[in-house]
Design a protein around this ligand. Structure first.
Ligand SMILES: Cc1cc2nc3c(=O)[nH]c(=O)nc-3n(C[C@H](O)[C@H](O)[C@H](O)COP(=O)(O)OP(=O)(O)OC[C@H]3O[C@@H](n4cnc5c(N)ncnc54)[C@H](O)[C@@H]3O)c2cc1C
Length: 486
């Protein structure tokens, strides 16, 4: 038999390796491995596995009409493949290439070794616009554009031949039933699946895109005005090409052409950041720019926890963390502000923060996440340092404090004049409202101006070192597209 291995590509449409697997004309087993090592990995959270499970249920609903089903095997990949091979002799294994953490890279190496030894042909297809083994970015944009304009690859299910897995193997790896609660929507988390992804895409392109640029920076408005396609792209309920082509089609007659142009450019960023990680995956563990290796970080546990739990005393920072914890989403600017608060103002190392936020983002995507995190933490040395002032962000992007009041109930009754800076509330006002900063809600854990000045000084000093400068040149040559702003 042949095997199709679903990874972060949980869809049935525009799917090159699935198309190839069906075209091979052999009995085909469709499998998703729920890997215990990945489930236990600190980057992952139940919100991710719920999204995956919802996606698989959705695919299986669609597959019913073809007499097909994706089996969920709760196992590491190699032992399960070994058992299947022993019973059935696998001829070809089909999958997408994955740009992931070291844990999935090592697993893929082990799978490659096993396949070689067992004589199994493992055929991997390119994921979206991310090119394996690319030495530089000289023609990356052109190749990305070609990939996006190429015809979609839709599997021909009339060619499907069922392969039945030996029940002994199935029962060995089936594992415990997954929680029933995973099948339904949890709170305000986005629901996984191709159907939900298509609905979200359509509602954005037809209705919500009108508000895109006005809402992109705002924590409240972005929840509706941004596309909210990130988890669907991260888990592969949609290919980037599907979204790109649908956008171009709508753009021809849309009243929001400018907004859609800006949106489409972010689809390229999606692949651009993953390409960085594909080319230099050590950034999961090390500074991209080794000139920052000698930087000294603070190890204040209380500060880290205050940030991670939304108790910094800065209302917008706390609102964002609490919202993220409860819903799996905040917009780009608020993510950048959270990183800036942790790494610049609190001078904490980016590593622990990157793992913490990965766990909270439903759209957790290793390539984008690590590349963005290091960029916002200023340790690439190639980007302008951005130290966000959380009070200014608050006045600019949540002026009426609606988002803050939603997520920080302690501040719900605070007068608008003090909502963004509750520590400024005069004693009389404190008496009248019964609100005492430092008691009902934390006093700020740092002094903004002093912390920002220190961060800029630290960064400038580090960036000026010879090693940081040499690295700077190397990074620009490897990861940027000549003459183009990505
Ligand atoms: C520290 C940090 C970590 C991040 N981690 C992730 C992550 O793990 N997964 C993830 O998908 N995005 C990540 N982002 C990028 C960005 O914040 C989200 O993609 C975006 O907020 C998702 O909302 P949306 O789908 O409504 O975006 P839209 O603005 O509607 O954009 C459409 C799509 O373009 C891509 N995109 C948008 N902005 C960016 C960007 N700046 N960089 C790369 N791709 C982008 C996403 O796939 C997104 O779904 C991170 C940003 C920062 C600052």
């Amino acid at each position: 038999m042949n095997i199709f291995w679903f990874k972060r590509d949980l869809r049935l449409r525009d799917h090159e390796p699935l198309t190839r697997a069906l075209d091979a004309g052999k009995p085909l087993l469709l499998v998703y491995f729920l890997e215990p090592s990945l489930v236990a990995d600190p980057h992952y959270d139940v919100r991710h596995w719920r999204f995956v499970y919802q996606s698989l249920l959705d695919l299986n609903r669609q597959l019913k009409s073809y007499g097909a089903q994706i089996l969920i095997l709760q196992s590491e990949v190699v032992p399960a493949l070994e058992a299947i091979h022993r019973h059935h002799k696998i001829e070809t294994l089909f999958s997408h290439e994955e740009t992931g953490l070291k844990i999935t890279y090592d697993r893929d190496q082990a799978v490659a070794r096993f396949c070689k030894k067992a004589g199994i042909d493992w055929q991997e297809s390119q994921s979206n616009g991310v090119i394996r083994g690319l030495p530089n970015r000289d023609d990356w944009v052109q190749r990305w554009q070609q990939q996006m304009n190429a015809p979609q690859q839709n599997p021909d299910w009339s060619r499907y031949l069922l392969a039945e897995l030996d029940p002994k193997v199935f029962w060995k790896f089936r594992g415990k039933p997954l929680p029933k609660s995973w099948a339904v929507q949890a709170g305000e988390f986005q629901v996984g699946g191709e159907a939900a992804a298509q609905r979200t895409l359509k509602s954005f392109l037809i209705e919500r895109a009108e508000f895109y640029l006005d809402s992109i920076s705002k924590p409240l408005e972005s929840r509706r005005g941004c596309s909210r396609l990130s988890p669907y792209l991260a888990w592969g309920n949609l290919s980037v090409r599907q979204v790109y082509q649908a956008t171009r089609t709508v753009q021809r007659t849309s009243h929001f052409q400018g907004q859609l142009r800006q949106f489409a450019s972010r689809l390229r960023w999606h692949c651009h950041f993953i390409q960085k990680f594909e080319s230099e995956d050590r950034m999961e563990f090390e500074h991209i720019n080794q000139g920052f290796d000698s930087m000294v970080f603070s190890e204040n546990e209380a500060h880290f926890l205050a940030w991670a739990e939304g108790r910094t005393g800065y209302p917008l920072v706390d609102a964002c963390v609490r919202c993220l914890t409860a819903t799996g989403y905040v917009n780009f600017r608020m993510r950048a502000m959270l990183v800036s608060f942790l790494t610049h103002l609190l001078n904490q190392h980016w590593k622990r923060g990157a793992v913490h936020l990965a766990k909270l983002f439903t759209d957790w995507e290793p390539g984008i996440h690590y590349a963005q995190f290091q960029m916002q933490a200023g340790v690439t040395g190639t980007n302008t340092l951005r130290v966000y002032n959380p009070v200014k962000q608050s006045y600019d992007h949540d002026p009426d404090g609606i988002f803050i009041r939603d997520w920080v109930p302690e501040l719900r009754d605070v007068h608008p004049a003090y909502l963004h800076e509750p520590w400024k509330m005069p004693p009389l006002e404190r008496e009248m409202t019964g609100f005492y900063p430092g008691e009902n809600y934390p006093a700020p854990i740092l002094e903004l101006q002093t912390a920002a000045r220190a961060a800029k000084k630290r960064h400038d000093r580090q960036r000026a070192t010879e090693l940081a400068q040499t690295e700077n040149a190397r990074i620009l040559a490897t990861h940027t597209v000549p003459g183009r702003l990505l």
